[in-house]
Ligand binder design. Sequence first.
Ligand SMILES: Cc1cc2nc3c(=O)[nH]c(=O)nc-3n(C[C@H](O)[C@H](O)[C@H](O)COP(=O)(O)OP(=O)(O)OC[C@H]3O[C@@H](n4cnc5c(N)ncnc54)[C@H](O)[C@@H]3O)c2cc1C
Length: 284
Amino acid sequence: MKVLLPEILEMLWEVWEQNPGAEVYTGGTDLLVKLREGVTWPPALICLERINALRQIWEEEDTVVIGAGTPHTALIRHPLIQVEFPVLVEALKVLGSPPIRNMGTLGGNIATASPAGDSLPALYVLNAEIVLTDAKGSRTLPIHEFITGPGQTGLGPREIITGIRLKKTAPYTVSRYEKVGKRKAMAIAVASLATCLRLSPDGRIESARLAWGSAGPAIVTSPEIETAMSGQPLTPELLRGLIPAVEREVSPIDDIRATAVYRRKVAANLFLRLSGISEGGASA
Ligand SMILES: Cc1cc2nc3c(=O)[nH]c(=O)nc-3n(C[C@H](O)[C@H](O)[C@H](O)COP(=O)(O)OP(=O)(O)OC[C@H]3O[C@@H](n4cnc5c(N)ncnc54)[C@H](O)[C@@H]3O)c2cc1C
């Protein structure tokens, strides 16, 4: 199979025009598995890895823009990402194994749109915006609009993700990503929960963002639970009182990794564990 290696975006649009059926990839950790299993067999592949513009990280006032082709390891090690978005760093640290994190990229994880994708709950609680670019220009979509279902996105024909825009974290924000898998390492999530809580100086929750992974056909968020937490002190009683709402909101499935009943229980337990969140993960 032909593999094309453009080095700048202009070259990408040209080679794509000449090879209209070609599929793009970056790290290849998802795509090459699909090729090996015969799930997809395009006439040509276009590798985005050499396009330097896709691997940059920069600041624009109160926003950080991450190039979609940035590998997970580079993000985990980046001082700005560590300071501003600890929840994303925590999520990427438990994604796959070191070789997968060296090759796999944030854009690839988003485009795969798996409800078990580790970066996604973190990106949902950070209200990430996805920058999409084609030969004619760019547009931006909030992540919850970009991902339309399991494995489904709003990517247009001959369009790629070029960047991820994240607003810098407000003071007194605590965040956490927790994943339960079948094993400690190299495990796809049975269920996961990303949380971002903004606390007042007296410890009340000013605003809450929660996103569960592997708990439904897409990432599960709950405005109802977030509103119920606002203005309240973060106590075990508050969390216990909201468990029926958590169990209502998640809609997990049975699969080879776990039953729906077990996943629902794990999703609730991850929520209960938030009572200890202010002891770690604070970014003031
Ligand atoms: C052994 C193993 C373990 C894994 N463990 C985990 C895990 O624990 N958690 C987890 O979340 N994932 C896991 N994965 C999945 C995978 O590693 C990640 O999803 C990774 O982030 C994909 O990035 P990539 O650059 O390799 O994607 P690629 O394989 O290059 O691409 C994946 C898909 O995204 C599209 N794509 C890639 N880049 C772009 C772009 N810039 N714009 C538009 N579309 C694009 C491709 O067309 C393709 O459809 C694992 C994979 C393997 C093989």
